[in-house]
Design a protein around this ligand. Sequence first.
Ligand code: CDP
Length: 212
Amino acid sequence: MIIAIDGPAASGKGTIARSLASVYGLHHLDTGLLYRAVAKAVLDAGHSPDDVAQATAAAIALDPTKFDNDALKLQAITEAASVVAAIPQVREALMNYQRGFAMKPPGAVLDGRDIGTVIAPGADVKLFVVATPEVRAERRVRELRARGEHADEQEVLADLLRRDERDSRRTAAPLKAAPDAHLLDTTHLGIDAAFRAAVDIVEAVRTGRKRS
Ligand code: CDP
């Protein structure tokens, strides 16, 4: 079984993806980490994230088995991740790894922006997870503060909106729902309720009550 979960920044897709993977015994890949790792490599080497040649070389050289997830989640990397993610050659270089991961038995949950549209268009279940920008900003602020990072609500909101805009407007694999994705709005749902709603959709698709 392959479950594709897409949606804008901090919509709750990562939490839902992790829980679904654990309940169904599937592998999980947070594909945002790949773009974050490319951005970090480019920044660490002193280059600009919109340097196509450097970003592409970093994507080709990437070793996803050696990620330091905490360092990649830092707010300083986030904006640069969305800049390198708009470069078609970077996306191309990361495609085979993601597709190979999705095919690993017994199956996988992948979360990102283009999983249901580009990486795994044949996924068994596709979710598109959304929430209002204000709620997403609140959640991200809590997450950053829990990790000891300074976070200003207005700055975080502005960052989310800027990234959503860049991710949606780019020509290479823009952020958008696949036509057969199930929309899950988590604005008024806590973690448990959002997870239960996701399981309901997966079960409905599996038992043939919904087409995905
Ligand atoms: O956790 P958050 O939603 O803030 O970000 P993320 O999922 O880690 O993704 C960081 C950036 O990587 C996004 O803003 C996108 O530009 C890019 N990304 C992408 O283009 N395609 C994906 N499949 C995943 C992430």
